[in-house]
Design a protein around this ligand. Structure first.
Ligand code: GLC
Length: 563
């Protein structure tokens, strides 16, 4: 899988890439879910020292940056997205000094560090919320959150029809009869972004972490925060599936958000180099998505359209074209183009891409992976092909820990072991997101496959050891070796334009594009092998011999070099 052609651009090493102020434009960012990455102290929960001890692994993998999901103090009602102190480390995960050591070690390897900022809500145990509960309706302490009187003769009905993303009403009643808004779990009360104190607090929180050396921020539910809270509260029973294109929804994607993010940009630009940010939005990708990526705002936005697409050639072409066009119309030189196939919120793509397009991945998980049964080899083949396709696209790519091992979704976690609040709020009808959060296997055996010395906080299935890092390091055809080869080649090949050229094919079901420097990617979505076009094959997703005479198997991809 090595590339020896001397005509290739010289590899730009990570040190040079990371020295660029806009390193994030074409970076490969690796998402770490710290509780599930590596456990250094044997309490079953992954921690910062565990991650620190595995930095050499990430160095060798060839990524540019790590994005850490929340490691802040939290009762863990929503995997750490229920924060009780935005400026500290949960004692189960470490200390601020551990965090500083982690950043320093990562920087020594020229790896950037991105942290999660969760501005829409806090935990119910946050001192502000406790103070709000102890204070009277209408008090300044309550004004940090969104408290309202209920409807009905005795205020016994929630103030509006707004729904929680995790099921049920978005309102919870408190002892004195008022209700508070929580767009997620009841343990995550929404903050009131009309309160200037909240705005200032988050500007200072960005500075707190930037001063500690973090290179960027991932902004949780960035399309929320600003809300139309004028009375009477407007009806919005459908969450964020269909949003108006003029920013007029009462809860999501409101125009005022862009003023907030412009004020954040002013903070990012206080630093040299300016800190980067990436917005998380679960709205359908639309021409409004890339507004958040404008250079005077966050600069980047997660584009989840590939992640939402089934294994279908035409859908992949369509979402790539739409994203490139939407990006061009808003972000222009901002470098906001991103691609994602897996995160901690969706079933892993090695399983998802084996599903028929009519089956919603989340429903498949809720059936414990039984309806339908999937062909795991097929899923892994397609996942590798989709990954090669994603890594050959212009822009930056976000990987989720464990996808480099080809990990499938663990769909059969026993329901009584599931911790996702979605499962609790839906009475188990929706099983939720734990299946992609199962702690990583580092060794083929041992109490938790090398994750730690004890059992892990989520049960690992017995078969997980087959995917262990230890085994994959010595198998030249493993998923891990494919990712390493792909990342190394990508760093040599990636260029900074934000467009590509589609090449036509005689064969139905082939997706084929070319980058300006002569890097091509061909994916076979058909059910028969297809001959390779001219060009030097440099990487195949199924690790078959690279010779040009070897046709491309179904459900696989190849990179070609044809300058
Ligand atoms: C984001 C996170 C998700 C979390 C939610 C509420 O979507 O990715 O894990 O549950 O925000 O904070």
């Amino acid at each position: 899988m090595s590339l020896t052609d001397p005509d290739l651009h010289p590899q730009v090493d990570r040190q040079s890439r990371s020295a660029r102020a806009d390193w994030w434009r074409d970076a490969v960012v690796y998402q770490v879910y710290p509780r599930s990455f590596a456990d250094s102290d044997g309490d079953g929960i992954g921690d910062l020292q565990g991650l620190r001890s595995r930095l050499p692994y990430l160095d060798a993998l060839g990524i540019d940056a790590i994005w850490l999901t929340p490691f802040y103090p939290s009762p863990l009602a929503d995997g750490g997205y229920d924060i009780s102190d935005h400026r500290d480390v949960d004692p189960r995960l470490g200390t601020l000094s551990d965090f500083d050591q982690l950043v320093s070690d990562a920087h020594a390897l020229h790896l950037k560090v991105i942290v999660d900022i969760v501005p829409n809500h806090t935990s119910v145990v946050h001192p502000w919320f406790r103070e709000a509960l102890d204070s009277a309706p209408g008090s300044p302490a309550r004004d940090r959150y969104i408290f309202r009187n209920g409807r009905g003769p005795h205020g016994e009905l929630p103030p509006s029809d707004w729904k929680s993303h995790f099921g049920g009403s978005a309102w919870q009643r408190v002892e004195d009869g008022q209700w508070y808004l929580h767009l997620f779990d009841t343990a995550q009360p929404d903050l009131n972004w009309q309160n200037p104190g909240i705005r200032q607090y988050f500007l200072d929180t960005l500075r707190f972490w930037a001063d500690r050396g973090v290179d960027g921020f991932r902004v949780d539910v960035a399309h929320s925060l600003a809300k139309d809270l004028s009375e009477p509260l407007r009806s919005q029973p459908t969450l964020d599936r269909q949003l108006p294109m003029d920013g007029s929804d009462p809860l999501y994607d409101r125009n005022e958000l862009h003023d907030i993010y412009r004020s954040w940009r002013a903070v990012f630009d206080e630093y040299e180099p300016p800190r980067m940010a990436v917005a998380e939005l679960w709205t359908p990708t639309s021409s409004r998505t890339y507004l958040y990526a404008r250079p005077d705002e966050l600069g980047q936005v997660f584009d989840f359209s590939l992640l939402n697409a089934p294994w279908d050639r035409n859908r992949f072409v369509e979402v790539i074209n739409t994203s490139i066009a939407d990006h061009a119309s808003h972000a222009q030189d901002g470098g906001g183009l991103t691609w994602v196939l897996s995160t901690h919120d969706v079933p892993r793509h090695a399983s998802r891409l084996a599903l028929p397009s009519a089956v919603a991945p989340i429903d498949w998980v809720s059936s414990h992976g039984l309806q339908p049964l999937i062909d795991e080899d097929l899923g892994r083949r397609r996942a590798h092909a989709a990954t090669l396709m994603m890594l050959a696209l212009p822009g930056s790519a976000y990987l989720f820990q464990g996808e480099e091992l080809g990990l499938p979704e663990v769909a059969d976690i026993p329901i009584d072991a599931v911790q996702d609040p979605i499962a609790h709020r839906t009475g188990g009808a929706v099983k939720g997101r734990d299946g992609c959060r199962v702690p990583l296997p580092w060794q083929s055996d041992g109490a938790s496959f090398g994750f730690g010395e004890q059992q892990s906080w989520l049960p690992q299935p017995p078969w997980l050891g087959r995917y262990a890092v230890q085994a994959q390091l010595v198998d030249g055809r493993s998923s891990l070796q494919l990712y390493r080869a792909a990342l190394s080649l990508r760093h040599a090949l990636q260029t900074r334009e934000t467009h590509l050229v589609w090449l036509s094919q005689d064969v139905d079901g082939a997706l084929h594009f070319r980058r300006t420097n002569g890097w091509e990617c061909l994916v076979n979505f058909s059910n028969k092998p297809i001959p390779l076009p001219p060009g030097q094959p440099i990487l195949r997703s199924d690790c078959t011999p690279l010779g040009p005479g070897t046709p491309l198997n179904p459900d696989t991809a190849v990179w070609l070099w044809r300058p």
